[in-house]
Design a protein around this ligand. Structure first.
Ligand SMILES: Nc1ncnc2c1ncn2[C@@H]1O[C@H](COP(=O)(O)OP(=O)(O)OP(=O)(O)O)[C@@H](O)[C@H]1O
Length: 363
């Protein structure tokens, strides 16, 4: 449905980018009765790069499509700078939202030149102005010299930059990006990510980016919204999510962990790797005790717990170890600096750095 109030909104100007606040308020959305987004409220600040992070099927792309106006939410509202785009009785169509989109496969038109691809979204401008803006967008991504080429003649990284130029050319107040680097060779990814970040900073558009890669989110985002099964688990900076995860799911999304199950007694938990403070967990509560791999220190001859090495995997700078310890069948894992232990060594001693223990009530 399209209300008169929505219809009368001005067409977004292709003049200057004015970063907008994008808010999801109590959004629920289903496909055939199956809720894929279930009560999500969050917002991206003007000029912020917010990453939607989560495993496959957690509802990230659905949120992006809802923000773009490609889907109408079943419940809740979507607001741009406080103005309702979708909500009960309101639906502003995609072309009137001032939102740019960039997809996983770049979606460039193969039969159009790079220049025509970038000019495509500028039909609200005069011919002369659209040409000027398209060229300016190509210059911004450093590809002006490829203007007359066709997309197939460009490398993956260059095509990504054309897609970015096309999405940014109409100067959207919000840029929506769905896994924008997943089609790129892993060696190219780092450079293209850095370039994209620099361009986004320069244009100062608000950006919402979907990824399932925690490291990519940490590398790029001002803040990260972690989703699972259509719900928001936690939102915050990379440091917030890494150091202060709200639950075991959030902790495990950012680090490999050793996890032991225990019951809190006198404010402490007992695990095969030692006895630790239980933090805020209540006495008698069943908890998961999570210990990051680098917190299990492995030494040749001094430590608290004897262990036998059951596997060693060389990973370059670091080495991952599997360790058998008394009191559990579970193989404990550790990550140490490569070369720290002699080759052929079997019997070692472990120390656990208890600053890094995370205790979560199992519910
Ligand atoms: N058009 C559709 N029709 C039916 N079900 C859909 C449709 N689009 C998405 N879904 C379902 O909604 C759920 C969430 O999908 P969504 O694409 O939002 O997740 P995602 O977190 O982006 O996952 P991925 O990382 O795999 O793309 C999935 O279970 C998916 O199968």
């Amino acid at each position: 449905m399209t209300l008169a109030s929505a219809q009368s909104r001005p067409q977004p100007s292709a003049g200057v980018t004015i970063a907008a606040e994008l808010a999801f308020d109590g959004i629920r959305h289903d496909y055939h009765g199956q809720f894929t987004v279930d009560g999500v409220s969050l917002h991206a600040e003007p000029g912020e790069l917010l990453c939607l992070l989560g495993p496959s099927g957690s509802g990230k792309t659905t949120l992006l499509r809802l923000a773009a106006g490609l889907e109408l939410p079943r419940e809740g509202r979507i607001l741009l700078n406080g103005q309702e785009m979708s909500g009960p009785g309101v639906f502003v169509p995609p072309e009137r939202r001032g939102v740019g989109m960039m997809f996983q496969d770049f979606a460039l038109f193969p039969h159009m030149s790079v220049f025509e691809n970038v000019r495509f979204g500028l039909n609200a401008l005069s011919e002369a102005e659209s040409k000027k803006e398209a060229m300016a967008a190509l210059e911004r991504v450093g590809l002006a010299q490829y203007a007359e080429q066709y997309p197939h003649a460009l490398s993956g990284g260059e095509q990504q930059r054309v897609a970015l130029a096309r999405a940014l050319a109409p100067r959207p107040s919000v840029l929506l990006m769905d896994e924008p680097f997943s089609g790129l060779d892993s060696r190219l990814k780092d450079t293209v990510r850095d370039e994209t970040l620099a361009i986004l900073r320069e244009t100062r558009a608000t950006a919402l980016m979907v990824t399932h890669d925690a490291e990519e989110a940490m590398r790029m985002a001002d803040r990260i919204a972690l989703l699972n099964e259509g719900r928001l688990v936690q939102i915050g900076t990379a440091e917030d999510l890494y150091y202060r995860p709200v639950d075991l799911f959030a902790a495990a999304f950012f680090s490999e962990l050793n996890v032991f199950h225990a019951t809190v007694s006198d404010g402490r938990v007992s695990t095969p790797l030692g006895n630790f403070g239980a933090g805020d967990a209540r006495n008698g509560a069943r908890v998961a005790v999570a210990i990051r791999l680098p917190s299990v220190e492995v030494r040749e001859d001094e430590g608290d717990i004897p262990a036998r090495i059951v596997f060693r995997r060389f990973l370059g700078v670091v080495e991952q170890l599997g360790l058998a310890i008394p009191g559990t069948e579970q193989v404990v894992q550790s990550r140490i600096r490569a070369g720290l232990l002699k080759s052929g060594l079997r019997e070692v001693m472990l120390c656990v750095n208890d600053r890094d223990i995370m205790v979560f009530e199992s519910g």
